[in-house]
Write a protein that binds this ligand. Structure first.
Ligand code: FES
Length: 117
């Protein structure tokens, strides 16, 4: 049976067979998740958050994922390149770190301009 995989905040849903990784599902849905190691559980850039009610919709963490994430697993963080789907799930994709840094810089500049006038 196919699984519905929804990515937030993009609000994109894709229907795929169980066994696909969240990273591959995101790519097929047109959702960008940052990576540097291209799915080898080395860079930790592909972290996503899963609400507790959906954790059972993913296969248990791999040994590599357990080693890399440690206690973050308890908070619902998974490596999208390692986490495989076995049921319908909603995935929270964090903002791209570079975009977040640029956004914060722009917000600081805007605040300084507002304070000036
Ligand atoms: S893509 Fe690098 S850890 Fe997942």
């Amino acid at each position: 049976m196919d699984c519905n995989i929804t990515f937030l905040p993009q609000n994109k849903t894709i229907r795929l067979k169980p066994g696909v990784t969240l990273l591959n599902a995101a790519r097929r849905a047109g959702v960008k998740i940052a990576t540097r190691c291209d799915g080898k559980a080395a860079c930790l850039m592909c972290k996503v958050k899963i609400d507790s009610e959906y954790l059972a919709a993913l296969h248990p963490p791999t040994d590599a994922e357990k080693r890399k994430l440690g206690s973050l697993l308890d908070a619902g963080t998974r490596l999208s390149c390692q986490a495989k789907v076995r049921g319908s799930v909603t995935v929270h994709v964090p903002e791209d770190p570079l975009k977040a840094a640029i956004r914060k810089q722009l917000e600081r500049q805007q605040q300084e301009e507002d304070d000036w006038f």
